[in-house]
Write a protein that binds this ligand. Structure first.
Ligand code: ADP
Ligand code: ADP
Length: 234
């Protein structure tokens, strides 16, 4: 079974009298362990696609299946149950809690899931070590670089062992050196632990070492490939 399967997915936003077609007839399958980039210019539908795969939103047409289950017709409550068990999120602006240390930020999802503190601490330490930040565990986010903050956020997204991590423009607020480091960190985690990562970016320079690239243009996947990117969206 594919981890994610979209069939003929469309998404239309309405803004008063106007409507905007953000996605058109998108079909795709993503299997467990894949490392996938969604690449395309601003406005091409990357965020919308991430939100649909992440069950944060529902399509206007077509179906979204997660591990073989059609999630488009579920109640909001049922959908968030599945989302919490299956998916970790990484955001453009890190979304760390400023008054908590790096370690406490990573522990948070486990504490919400009522995992005992000692165990949560141990698991969070392991994740921080995996993203190369063991020695920064007691620091607050403001003391860390943007790249380090994003790696804390990656550790947090992974701590509850999701099948899938979705990162919508995770490098948009980083310089290119930190951006590459963040992508490399995800790639290593994907290889080591078999976690599936899907990230979006408008920066084709980040695609060099990404095995699968979904290129978007005007709400469609115009190419799904395992190769070098082409230069422009046409
Ligand atoms: P990207 O992530 O590639 O920048 P988006 O998925 O954010 O693309 O946007 C795709 C299109 O849908 C754009 O035209 C955008 O303006 C529009 N759009 C995105 N979100 C909304 C929304 N909540 N309401 C109305 N239009 C939206
Ligand atoms: P991105 O390019 O990363 O998708 P945007 O700046 O396009 O970011 O969008 C930021 C937020 O605003 C998103 O939640 C998106 O859904 C929403 N949005 C984007 N375009 C529109 C729009 N035309 N009208 C209303 N909301 C929008």
């Amino acid at each position: 079974t594919p981890l994610v399967e979209l069939r003929q997915v469309g998404k239309v936003y309405s803004l008063g009298e106007r409507s905007i077609t953000a996605l058109q007839a998108v079909s795709l399958r993503i299997f467990s362990g894949e490392f996938v980039a969604i690449w395309g210019p601003s406005g091409s539908g990357k965020s919308t696609l991430c939100n649909l795969i992440g069950m944060l939103d529902v399509p206007s047409s077509g179906t979204v299946q997660i591990l073989g289950q059609d999630v488009t017709m579920l109640s909001d409550g049922k959908r968030s149950d599945i989302r919490n068990k299956t998916i970790g999120f990484v955001f453009q602006s890190f979304n760390l809690i400023p008054v908590l240390s790096a370690l406490e930020n990573v522990m948070l999802p486990l504490q919400i899931a009522k995992i005992p503190t000692m165990q949560a601490k141990q698991l969070a330490k392991e994740r921080l070590a995996e993203v190369g930040l063991a020695e920064h565990e007691s620091q607050r986010p403001a003391k860390l670089s943007g790249g380090q903050q994003q790696r804390v956020a990656i550790a947090r997204a992974l701590v509850a062992n999701p099948s899938l991590v979705i990162a919508d423009e995770p490098t948009a607020n980083l310089d290119s050196e930190n951006a590459i480091k963040v992508i490399e960190t995800m790639r290593e985690l994907s290889q080591r632990n078999g976690t599936t990562f899907i990230f979006s970016t408008h920066d084709h320079r980040l695609l060099e070492r990404v095995e699968r690239q979904l290129q978007m243009c005007d709400g469609q996947i115009i190419e799904d490939r395992i190769a070098e990117p082409t230069e422009s969206c046409r």
